[in-house]
Design a protein around this ligand. Structure first.
Ligand SMILES: [Zn+2]
Length: 106
Protein backbone atom coordinates (compact mmCIF):
# COMPACT_ATOMS: atom_id res chain seq x y z
CA UNK A 1 0.00 0.00 0.00
CA UNK A 2 1.31 3.44 -0.90
CA UNK A 3 2.12 5.95 1.77
CA UNK A 4 -0.46 8.43 0.52
CA UNK A 5 -3.15 5.79 0.48
CA UNK A 6 -2.18 4.77 4.00
CA UNK A 7 -2.55 8.32 5.28
CA UNK A 8 -5.92 8.54 3.58
CA UNK A 9 -7.02 5.32 5.28
CA UNK A 10 -5.83 6.54 8.68
CA UNK A 11 -7.68 9.82 8.18
CA UNK A 12 -10.90 7.96 7.34
CA UNK A 13 -10.60 5.70 10.39
CA UNK A 14 -9.87 8.70 12.59
CA UNK A 15 -13.06 10.38 11.43
CA UNK A 16 -15.20 7.29 11.89
CA UNK A 17 -13.89 6.58 15.41
CA UNK A 18 -14.49 10.20 16.39
CA UNK A 19 -17.99 9.91 14.96
CA UNK A 20 -18.53 6.73 16.96
CA UNK A 21 -17.84 8.63 20.16
CA UNK A 22 -20.23 11.43 19.17
CA UNK A 23 -22.95 8.90 18.28
CA UNK A 24 -22.48 7.09 21.60
CA UNK A 25 -22.90 10.31 23.57
CA UNK A 26 -25.95 11.26 21.52
CA UNK A 27 -27.52 7.87 22.07
CA UNK A 28 -26.54 7.61 25.70
CA UNK A 29 -25.36 10.92 27.25
CA UNK A 30 -24.20 9.11 30.38
CA UNK A 31 -21.50 7.35 28.37
CA UNK A 32 -19.60 10.65 28.36
CA UNK A 33 -19.20 10.36 32.15
CA UNK A 34 -19.16 6.62 32.75
CA UNK A 35 -15.65 5.28 33.03
CA UNK A 36 -14.02 1.91 32.56
CA UNK A 37 -10.50 0.55 32.47
CA UNK A 38 -9.37 -0.09 28.92
CA UNK A 39 -8.23 -3.67 28.35
CA UNK A 40 -5.62 -2.44 25.90
CA UNK A 41 -3.84 0.63 27.29
CA UNK A 42 -4.91 0.02 30.89
CA UNK A 43 -6.01 3.59 31.37
CA UNK A 44 -9.34 4.72 32.79
CA UNK A 45 -11.33 6.19 29.90
CA UNK A 46 -14.89 7.24 29.20
CA UNK A 47 -17.29 4.64 27.86
CA UNK A 48 -18.32 6.71 24.85
CA UNK A 49 -16.52 5.62 21.72
CA UNK A 50 -15.28 2.39 23.28
CA UNK A 51 -15.77 -0.87 21.48
CA UNK A 52 -15.85 -4.56 22.34
CA UNK A 53 -13.44 -6.84 20.50
CA UNK A 54 -14.28 -10.39 21.52
CA UNK A 55 -14.25 -10.04 25.32
CA UNK A 56 -11.97 -7.00 25.43
CA UNK A 57 -13.30 -3.48 25.78
CA UNK A 58 -11.07 -0.91 24.14
CA UNK A 59 -11.17 2.84 24.65
CA UNK A 60 -11.69 5.18 21.71
CA UNK A 61 -7.94 5.83 21.34
CA UNK A 62 -7.18 2.12 21.23
CA UNK A 63 -10.05 1.48 18.81
CA UNK A 64 -8.32 3.93 16.50
CA UNK A 65 -5.03 2.04 16.86
CA UNK A 66 -6.77 -1.33 16.41
CA UNK A 67 -8.79 -0.31 13.36
CA UNK A 68 -5.72 1.27 11.76
CA UNK A 69 -3.71 -1.87 12.46
CA UNK A 70 -6.39 -4.07 10.86
CA UNK A 71 -6.81 -1.77 7.87
CA UNK A 72 -3.08 -1.58 7.17
CA UNK A 73 -2.66 -5.31 7.73
CA UNK A 74 -0.30 -4.74 10.65
CA UNK A 75 -2.28 -7.27 12.69
CA UNK A 76 -4.99 -9.84 12.23
CA UNK A 77 -6.15 -10.52 15.78
CA UNK A 78 -6.97 -8.10 18.56
CA UNK A 79 -4.64 -10.15 20.77
CA UNK A 80 -1.73 -8.94 18.62
CA UNK A 81 -2.38 -5.39 19.75
CA UNK A 82 -2.93 -6.39 23.37
CA UNK A 83 0.45 -8.15 23.35
CA UNK A 84 2.13 -5.12 21.85
CA UNK A 85 0.55 -2.88 24.46
CA UNK A 86 1.68 -5.05 27.37
CA UNK A 87 4.64 -2.82 28.23
CA UNK A 88 2.48 0.26 28.20
CA UNK A 89 -0.13 -1.46 30.39
CA UNK A 90 2.56 -2.31 32.88
CA UNK A 91 3.85 1.23 32.80
CA UNK A 92 0.38 2.59 33.55
CA UNK A 93 -0.04 0.14 36.40
CA UNK A 94 3.40 0.95 37.75
CA UNK A 95 2.73 4.66 37.59
CA UNK A 96 -0.57 4.37 39.40
CA UNK A 97 0.97 2.26 42.17
CA UNK A 98 3.96 4.57 42.44
CA UNK A 99 1.79 7.68 42.55
CA UNK A 100 -0.44 6.18 45.24
CA UNK A 101 2.60 5.41 47.41
CA UNK A 102 4.00 8.85 46.86
CA UNK A 103 0.72 10.47 47.84
CA UNK A 104 0.37 8.39 51.02
CA UNK A 105 3.78 9.55 52.20
CA UNK A 106 2.70 13.18 52.16
ZN1 LIG B 1 -7.16 2.21 25.61
Amino acid sequence: MEKEKQLETIELIKKSTEQMKIDDIEENPESAYEEFQCDCCGEVKILAGSLLYKSFRLCNDCVLIAETGFALNKMTEIEDLLNKMEDKRFETLYNSIFNVEENSMN
